[in-house]
Design a protein around this ligand. Structure first.
Ligand SMILES: Nc1ncnc2c1ncn2[C@@H]1O[C@H](COP(=O)(O)OP(=O)(O)OP(=O)(O)O)[C@@H](O)[C@H]1O
Ligand SMILES: NC(=O)c1ccc[n+]([C@@H]2O[C@H](COP(=O)(O)O)[C@@H](O)[C@H]2O)c1
Ligand SMILES: [Zn+2]
Length: 263
């Protein structure tokens, strides 16, 4: 029997704050990949963008990472990784993918080293099996609105998109207002790598967005059952979202667009 390819899912975004839907993206993607019969999802990574991304209302990464950590406390396979948020400048998504892919390879190689050195102590118990271990793959996980931004002029470099869909692969969850199939058909590049783009349909519609959560919070309205209770408590304790935090970066260009205009 052919072994399944281990997959790590990486979601990049603001996570301002983490919503229940952000976590559902991972569950939906994992089910979908497992249903293909070819993949075994071994880990999910949420990577909050750094403060220098410059998006309106973006609160400090310290808070966004802390909230993601609280939200993911109940997951046994998804974790938040602060690496991207700790970089001095905004990091292109393809570089975030390269970083996590290198990390995954390093972990894989050190496990292999231990397995070969102590074959009888193998934790998987398959030390005597002649099956070769399969190198893990890393795929970018996003919502359909994220995929749509590939079309926004000057936001993405063509070579980055090519590497993301060509080398890594993409799992895209449906979202009202975006038609990922049409987007793929309209793009020669995306069509070429269609085999590496997994479109997942969420039948249980859930249109929660972080912006709506922040608006409700600023008006003193309840967001219970839309984001975890632990995140609600953190927001209240640290007074994270205020009229002032919503004005942050107002009128600023996003860093990828700023970089493009500087060129
Ligand atoms: N309801 C949703 N359905 C599908 N994808 C979603 C949904 N909410 C967020 N995502 C995806 O989660 C990732 C992170 O998104 P982001 O942090 O921008 O959250 P958001 O809810 O879209 O926030 P905002 O309203 O501030 O844009 C993106 O890939 C985005 O497409
Ligand atoms: N050229 C690029 O690599 C590029 C451009 C725009 C956004 N992004 C990323 O996409 C994500 C978008 O997040 P938001 O949907 O919260 O704006 C962020 O992680 C951001 O860094 C990457
Ligand atoms: Zn968004």
């Amino acid at each position: 029997m052919r072994s399944r390819i281990p997959v790590i899912l990486l979601a990049c975004g603001s996570f301002n704050p983490t919503t229940n839907m952000h976590m559902r993206l991972f569950e939906l993607a994992r089910d979908h990949l497992h249903q293909t019969g070819r993949y075994q999802v071994i880990e999910g990574i949420m990577s909050p963008v750094s403060d220098s991304y410059g998006k309106k209302g973006l609160v400090s990464a310290r808070h966004r990472v802390a909230m993601a950590r609280l939200a993911l406390e109940t997951s046994d396979w998804i974790r938040v990784d602060p690496w991207e948020s700790q970089q001095d400048t905004w990091t292109e998504t393809v570089k975030v993918l390269r970083h996590h892919y290198n990390e995954a390879l390093r972990t894989f190689q050190s496990k292999e080293f231990t397995r070969n050195k102590h074959p009888t102590e193998s934790s998987t118990g398959d030390s005597l099996s002649c099956q070769q271990p399969v190198i893990p793959e890393l795929k970018l996980l996003c919502g359909a609105d994220f995929l749509q931004t590939f079309k926004t002029p000057n936001l993405w470099k063509e070579e980055d998109i090519k590497e993301i869909v060509g080398k890594f692969g993409l799992v895209c969850i449906s979202r009202a207002g975006s038609d990922p199939s049409q987007l793929i058909q309209e793009s020669d590049l995306l069509s070429k790598f269609q085999h590496n783009i997994f479109l997942v349909r969420e039948w249980i519609q859930n249109e929660v967005s972080a912006t709506q959560i922040r608006s409700a919070l600023c008006r003193g309205l309840s967001v219970k059952y839309l984001i975890p209770d632990s995140v609600i408590a953190y927001i209240a304790q640290h007074n994270v979202y205020t009229a002032e935090s919503e004005r942050r970066n107002q009128g600023h260009l996003l860093q990828p667009l700023r970089l493009k205009t500087q060129q």
